[in-house]
Design a protein around this ligand. Structure first.
Ligand SMILES: NC(=O)c1ccc[n+]([C@@H]2O[C@H](COP(=O)([O-])OP(=O)(O)OC[C@H]3O[C@@H](n4cnc5c(N)ncnc54)[C@H](O)[C@@H]3O)[C@@H](O)[C@H]2O)c1
Length: 275
């Protein structure tokens, strides 16, 4: 019950990683506010929470929506934890094809939203002696081949923003960290690929199957894997941790596939015949 008596905001809490984190924080005692554009999904999570989770419509590309959500929680007794997590795949185009508007839309959704969440939460947290902020980055912040260019660039921004904000806000006893999910089975992929609703379950099974093969830990990543790390970073167990990140990726970024997959011949395997 690390969050007993605390209040938390989770953006993107209607689905996937945000939903699992809202449930985890509530299970550990927090009163949680979900902010999401998915009203049906958000309300569903709230309705099954015995009053521990509330839903408020919030489009994180809209500054006023973010401000209003955070102010509602402040008015209800004060904000202790902010999880800036809402997101989607963004523009699919490569850098030589992307339009200025698509670039802006993706950065607004994934990076500006996080900056504004911190911007509005920090003074209110400072006023009451501190707080904890966690932001969702991605393995695509660390290398190529995981996600489109605009998305990956925004997620790299989230990582550095988490450090900068940790430095800016240390004076107010506010800790800021990031979580870096690997390949986690959620609806983000089916939404991005525009797979129709009636094919979503089968698509998610296929995604989970592919995910289990993608990294040294031989199973698909689950939203609960990320929720556990976020709950740790947001709790007093992480009281001495700020300005950094936790990588929860089943080892996908560990190194070349040859280093961990015995089925994959090493770069110099052919040379064995010459020895
Ligand atoms: N699933 C993965 O493999 C993975 C990997 C790395 C990072 N992430 C990141 O994790 C976060 C959560 O994604 P997920 O995988 O749980 O996907 P998801 O699609 O299950 O959940 C994303 C949630 O964000 C909400 N959302 C989208 N646009 C919004 C907006 N403008 N305002 C408010 N809410 C909005 C959606 O309605 C949805 O409920 C995202 O930031 C995503 O980029 C996911």
């Amino acid at each position: 019950m690390r969050f007993q008596g605390k209040r938390a905001v989770v953006t993107g809490g209607a689905s996937g990683i945000g939903r699992a984190t809202a449930l985890r924080l509530a299970e550990e005692g927090a009163q949680v506010w979900i902010g999401d554009v998915d009203e049906t999904g958000g309300q569903e999570v709230a309705d099954t929470s015995n009053g521990k989770i509330k839903f408020r419509r919030c489009d994180v590309t809209n500054a006023e929506d973010i401000k209003a959500l955070i102010e509602e929680v402040d008015a209800a007794g004060g904000l202790d934890v902010l999880f800036n997590n809402a997101g989607a795949g963004g523009a699919k185009e490569k850098i030589d094809e992307i339009s200025p508007d698509d670039w802006d839309r993706t950065q607004n959704l994934l990076l500006r939203s996080v900056a504004l969440g911190i911007r509005y939460a920090a003074p209110l947290m400072a006023k009451r002696g501190g707080g904890a902020i966690v932001n969702t980055s991605s393995v695509s912040a660390l290398g190529t081949g995981y996600a489109p260019t605009a998305y990956s660039t925004a997620k790299a921004g989230v990582l550095h923003l988490s450090k900068m904000a940790a430095a800016d806000l240390a004076k107010d006893n506010i800790r800021v960290n990031a979580v870096i999910p690997g390949f986690i089975t959620t609806n983000i992929f089916t939404r991005h690929l525009e797979i129709p609703d009636d094919k979503r379950d089968i698509a998610n099974q296929m995604i989970a199957g592919a995910a289990a093969m993608a990294q040294p830990v031989k199973r698909a990543g689950r939203p609960e894997d990320i929720a556990a790390a976020v709950a740790f970073l947001a709790s007093d167990d992480a009281a001495f941790i700020t300005g950094t990140h936790i990588l929860v990726d089943g080892g996908i970024t560990i190194g070349t596939r040859q280093s961990w997959d015995p089925e994959m011949p090493g770069m110099f395997a052919a040379l064995d015949a010459l020895a």
